[in-house]
Ligand binder design. Structure first.
Ligand code: ATP
Length: 461
């Protein structure tokens, strides 16, 4: 009856689907858009929340050794000095001499197979960039003549609490979400007296003045991160780091990303204090493999820096012993995982000579779980359909839809990935039963209204 089409997924198609179906819109679109900012639409926000809830449940609520946090976005200016962001948080840029378009040098070098990253010195990057002359072309005008490489700081300033025009000591927007965890390390220890090792987790917004925001949700100037810091005894990092790497990989598999689309990448260049760093990458349509999460073995750098800059002792005491805990950090880009999820779910099949687009979201992540569809707009069907909606809405996220033909409504629900459709037809008032259609098999079953909730619960798992 249905045929799995062998088709190439393209990011262009997925982006157009995401707008058409109310998942993601360009930020400030009616004003021509704002580079690097995106808005999540009515279904996008449901999917986003489901991903974040799944993370929170597995990482915080299911783990006795983890504590959750939601720290303020704005932080004391010294935080970013202590963390090294005011000095070292920069990307290398060169400008096309013909049309002034800026390119991110390390990423351009990567594209032609040269290992480079933002942590390298300006001098080294300039050397590699010069050696690659002629091989890198401007994405806009196609010419290959660029200025020298310079590094630009990515922090975005605000005028928080500043009523002068000078703003000499600005409060920055957070360059990463996790600093609040270090700032509250002592508070959590004082309130809960956790035994080391333990972790603190936070989901929060981050802002970076990315030189060329691109690839849809992949590289934005405003985005969200889900971060953990696991505090351990000095030198007890190796085994725990491997455990955390395993847990994070498993989380993605449990979320529903196929493992063949995931891979590990170890950092070649480490910042001076780091002991190890790995990324989990996802194989995006069109873009290929790229980072969705970084897992970093950071020694005692962070708490030692905040101790030094704040003057507050952030060491941990245990059995008469005092030490600055070491940190194992995980940092997931929520938007990038959202993009991976919609990429993974996007499918096309041929059904009776027609193509159906179906989002094969895992049931737990699907934005809408059950659609209630009366076959006609006549009250004899809409009334029982609304009653069913009311009886189910506290249990599952439901959608009620009575517009257009039933075939079209099924297609619409397939396109947003709704696992189950409940159809109320002209037999319903008589037999007190409805038809339940499964998104993936498209098979239909007659179910008594009295037994519907239990039936749906079983199907949704
Ligand atoms: P990249 O090398 O791609 O710039 P990064 O190594 O700077 O990323 P981290 O600072 O480790 O990234 O941030 C942790 C996570 O935050 C990344 O794995 C990614 O998922 C997400 N992230 C980082 N920058 C962006 C961005 N500009 N837009 C969307 N997500 C981002």
């Amino acid at each position: 009856m249905k045929k799995e089409e062998k088709f190439e997924k393209t990011m262009e198609e997925i982006i157009s689907w995401s707008k058409r179906r109310g998942f993601v819109y360009q930020g400030s679109e009616i004003y021509g858009g704002l580079g690097g900012a995106f808005d999540f639409g009515p279904l996008g926000v449901e999917l986003l929340n489901n991903i974040k809830s799944f993370w929170w449940k597995k990482v915080v609520q299911d783990r006795p050794d983890y504590y959750g946090l939601d720290s303020a976005m704005f932080k004391h200016p010294k935080v970013w000095e202590a963390s090294g962001h005011t000095m070292g948080f920069s990307d290398p840029v060169a400008e096309c001499k013909n049309c002034n378009t800026r390119v991110r040098v390390d990423k351009e070098l990567n594209k032609i197979g040269i290992e480079a990253d933002e942590k390298m010195s300006e001098e080294n990057l300039n050397k590699l960039f010069k050696e690659a002359a002629g091989k890198i072309k401007c994405g806009k005008c196609g010419k290959g003549d660029f200025t020298d490489v310079r590094k630009f700081n990515l922090l975005i300033r605000s005028n928080y609490g500043d009523f002068t025009s000078k703003n000499s000591d600005p409060v920055f927007l957070p360059g990463e979400a996790c600093q609040g965890i270090y700032l509250n390390f002592k508070n959590v220890v004082d309130s809960f007296h956790p035994k080391i090792p333990f972790g603190i987790a936070q989901i929060g917004k981050a802002f970076r003045n990315e030189i060329s925001p691109r690839n849809f949700l992949f590289r934005c100037r405003e985005f969200e991160q889900a971060d953990t810091q696991y505090f351990i005894k000095p030198d007890e990092n190796k085994e725990k780091y491997e455990d955390i790497k395993r847990e994070r990989w498993q989380w993605y598999a449990d979320l529903g990303l196929s493992e063949e689309n995931l891979r590990w990448k170890q950092h070649e260049n480490l910042v001076f204090y780091a002991s190890d760093a790995w990324d989990i990458e996802y194989n995006f349509p069109t873009y290929g493999f790229d980072e969705i999460e970084g897992i970093h073995d950071r020694t005692d750098y962070d708490l030692a820096q905040h101790t030094k800059f704040s003057g507050v002792d952030l060491s941990y005491g245990e059995n008469g012993e005092k030490f600055i805990p070491w940190v194992l950090e995980t940092s997931m880009g929520v938007g990038r995982v959202f993009l991976a999820m919609i990429s993974e779910a996007y499918s096309k099949e041929e059904v009776k000579g027609e193509t159906r687009i179906v989002m094969k979201f895992p049931k737990k992540i699907a934005p809408v779980k059950v659609a209630i569809l009366p076959l006609s707009k006549k009250e004899e069907l809409t009334k029982p359909a609304m009653e069913i909606f009311d009886s189910l809405k506290d249990k599952f996220v439901c959608q009620y839809d009575e517009t257009q033909s039933i075939g079209r409504r099924y297609r619409r629900q397939d396109e947003i990935g709704t696992p189950l459709c409940v159809t109320v037809d002209f037999d319903t008032p008589e037999d007190k039963a409805v038809t339940v259609r499964d998104r993936d098999s498209m098979e239909q079953e007659r179910v008594k209204i009295d037994e519907l909730e239990v039936y749906l619960q079983k199907k949704l798992g």
